[in-house]
Design a binder for this molecule. Structure first.
Ligand code: MOS
Length: 750
């Protein structure tokens, strides 16, 4: 056992704090508590370290990597929704100008293509135009099969089975308490069916990579959420050809969005490396927008029957949901978490089934399953509130509870105040004019405890005072680099611009998380802090030696190193660092999970939406969103706010616009482009007020929680409730298209 020391910290959140005492290993820092005295983290707006590189175009995304002598590759994909691939003839393509290699995907002949977009072959040529021309000359013989394009066609008696085991999975059930008793105890019961659509990830940078071999070693510049996982998977894919993890390198310096769709090397990424190996030249293979839309993942559609039981005073007694998740030909999602975690209720049961259709596979999408489930539970709660003649905010406030690390009642209240709920709320459907305003609210929850795999960060402190922190994590566009610099700068009392951050390269050899599950900050921030803290202690020992005191007596702040006991003793940071001479301080820090009871309860939040519905055109405009979110301890304030706004925007666009449209005649996606697949633009983006709540939680030494996913979960639900409030009748499917709004109004008002 490592030697332990006692530390204390003020934890919790405004109005509910407590000083706790606990133990950490002797060489490690205690948690950043509310009483720490922050100079930078959460206090200052620090511009992204790579802001200038990005706005000047100097930042190189995978798409921008051009290697000497590089070939470009294009794909051949199946045009049919469901077909047997009989034969693939590449001979004509091979003779096309500029073509260097044409490769079939492994075992493709005889395979069954399960959606339009299925991978058939790839062509590498001198230019992308030549590669695309040649791709059209690959002759494929298909035997077309009947297809299913939506859940109803997939579930019908006559449906062709598209997977072994059938189109519908066995129902899986999650239970708490006794659902039958819950409904017996209920005095009011409501039920409704809610639907959410398929949303594609639509990353601005499409999926793909540049692959290059040198002396049996592979380097890929890959647009990925996980440099380590890609390097590892590539090593595995080429292991029989002598590649191992020491020779497989993945670089991702800048990335144009992933949202859960970019974790692996992809079949086409492995194909790019294959083509590079065959031709002996670097190969770039980036998906075009069509390919990205149909094959690179999506958020599954859902259909949720929800039934709620409550006492007359609004206390929930039963939550029941029966859900279909519709992921495409493979993948899945589970929508049950919001039904269980958002509100207190003793009796809950959620049954779920997947229904497979002939469409591209689902992938993790920003809080998988949560926005769907959130839409189901929140819309139903508003219907319950209406039946109880209760303010829906009051109904929610009644059914949430808090604790030292669970701030949801506080967040709801704070959000209502910031939003002006009392002033804005009117009973459903009380307005009568052409433009009708409505308000809605919803809560959110995300476990947000960091990656169990942990992280190792290396801190190098040089004699000129410069500092580097390094880790095999990557910045998807969130500002991760800047976050790491801020943690180091806060700990050292120097400016973040003076910290060099090295990430996005698997060859750094320092364990780091794939950026998923909102785990990057809660995993890497504590490892940065640990490494930097240890380096600082070593520097303090040098200073203490000079001043004939002990390292405990030394501290640093605002670029100055000083003695705590003797105020006459101080020196500039650089002067202190010079004491190191040639003996560069190098330390490793690890993410260590705090062993404090109740810590890591998860991140809750609440959102409030105001909408305006034009009852003549059916257009819904979102006016304002107030997003209140437990962020653990705010670290990179400006980047965290930006992340909250990004999440809300992705929620608004899912509520109003985005929808994958499958053609019932051909089974193809009709809008596999960014012209017909509508995404919110700046013009329709509402005013967003991000409200970050610091909930100091000793789950890790930086009190850090993840932020990518939680603020995306409740947005569409809050908007849905606001639309129901404006119209006086719910519209139970997103996106809220004009025809659905008008149909709902017609049904209600004739
Ligand atoms: Mo996420 S959906 O775990 O990138």
């Amino acid at each position: 056992m490592a030697e332990m020391k006692k530390v204390t910290a003020l934890v919790g959140y405004e109005g509910n704090t407590q000083t706790i005492e606990y133990e950490v290993p002797a060489g490690e820092p205690g948690v950043w508590g509310a009483d720490y005295g922050f100079d930078i983290a959460g206090v200052k707006d620090i511009p992204r370290l790579d802001a200038i590189d990005k706005v000047t175009g100097r930042a190189k995304y995978s798409y921008d990597i051009n290697r000497p002598n590089m070939l470009e590759a294009a794909l051949v994909t199946c045009p049919y929704a469901h077909a047997r691939i009989v034969k693939v003839d590449t001979s004509a393509a091979e003779k096309m100008p500029g073509v260097k290699a044409v490769e079939k995907f492994p075992n493709v002949e005889g395979q069954k293509a399960n959606y339009a977009g299925w991978l058939i072959a790839a062509v590498a040529a001198e230019t992308i135009q030549q590669a695309r021309d040649a791709a059209r000359q690959v002759k494929v013989e298909y035997k077309e099969l009947p297809f299913v394009y939506d859940y109803e066609s997939a579930m019908s008696e006559a449906a062709p089975s598209i997977r072994s085991g059938g189109n519908v999975t066995e129902a899986r059930s999650r239970d708490k308490g006794d659902i039958d008793r819950g409904f017996q105890e209920a005095e009011v019961i409501i039920e409704g069916e809610y639907e959410t659509q398929v949303q594609t990830h639509s990353c601005l940078e499409t999926h793909g990579c540049v692959a290059e071999w040198n002396n049996g070693e592979l380097t890929v510049w890959h647009s990925t959420q996980g440099v380590l996982s890609v390097a590892q998977a590539m090593a595995k894919a080429f292991s029989s050809e002598g590649l191992d993890e020491t020779k497989s390198r993945c670089i991702t310096q800048h990335m144009g969005g992933g949202f859960g769709s970019k974790f692996g090397p992809e079949e086409f990424g492995i194909m790019a490396a294959r083509l590079a190996k065959i031709t002996g030249r670097p190969v770039k293979l980036m998906l075009n927008r069509y390919e990205d839309s149909v094959m690179a993942g999506n958020k599954p559609a859902s259909r949720m029957y929800v039934k709620l039981g409550a006492k007359r005073d609004g206390t929930l007694t039963a939550i029941y949901a029966k859900c279909l998740n519709i992921p495409g030909h493979s993948g899945g999602a589970s929508v049950n978490v919001p039904f269980f975690e958002h509100y207190d209720c003793p009796n809950i049961k959620v049954e779920e089934q997947n229904v497979y259709i002939n469409a591209g596979n689902a992938r993790a999408f920003r809080a998988p399953g949560r926005p769907q489930g959130s839409f189901g539970i929140e819309m139903a709660l508003d219907e319950l509130a209406k039946k109880l003649d209760m303010d829906p905010y009051e109904l929610r406030a009644k059914n949430v509870s808090g604790s030292l690390y669970k701030a949801v009642p506080y967040e709801l209240k704070l959000g209502a105040e910031r939003f002006g709920w009392k002033e804005k709320y009117q009973k459903p459907g009380t307005q009568t004019g052409r433009f009708r305003r409505g308000v809605g609210c919803a809560v959110t929850f995300w476990a947000s405890t960091g990656s169990p795999g942990g992280a190792v960060v290396r801190c190098s402190l040089f004699s000129d005072g410069s500092v580097e922190v390094a880790n095999c994590s990557q910045d998807l566009g969130t500002g991760h680099r800047t976050m790491m610099a801020i943690v180091a700068a806060e700990e050292l009392g120097i400016s973040p611009e003076h910290v060099k951050v090295s990430i996005g390269d698997s060859s750094l050899g320092l364990k780091g998380p794939a950026s998923g599950g909102s785990t990057t900050t809660p995993t890497v921030a504590p490892a940065v802090r640990s490494a930097v803290y240890k380096a600082k202690q070593k520097l303090f020992e040098k200073v203490a030696e000079k001043w004939k005191t002990t390292a405990d007596d030394i501290d640093c702040q605002d670029g100055t190193v000083f003695s705590k006991s003797d105020s006459s003793r101080k020196m500039a940071w650089k002067e202190a660092a010079a004491l190191i001479r040639k003996d560069t301080i190098i330390t490793l820090g690890e993410h260590i999970r705090g062993e404090v009871p109740e810590a890591g309860t998860g991140a809750y939040g609440a959102q409030f939406a105001e909408v305006e519905v034009d009852t003549e055109t059916g257009k819904v405009r979102v006016i304002k969103i107030v997003a209140v979110q437990d962020v653990g301890k705010t670290i990179a304030k400006a980047q965290a706010e930006s992340q909250m706004c990004g999440a809300v925007i992705q929620g608004v666009t899912s509520a109003l616009l985005e929808d994958r449209i499958m053609d019932n005649m051909t089974g193809r996606q009709l809008n596999a482009n960014l012209e017909d697949y509508k995404i919110l633009t700046a013009m329709d983006t509402p005013e967003i007020e991000p409200v970050m709540v610091d909930v100091f939680d000793p789950i890790n030494n930086a009190s850090a929680k993840g932020l990518g996913e939680p603020p995306y979960i409740p947005t569409a639900a809050a908007i849905g409730c606001a639309v129901a409030n404006a119209l006086g009748t719910p519209v139970r499917r997103i996106p809220f298209t004009a025809d659905m709004i008008l149909a709902a109004l017609q049904k209600k008002e004739g």
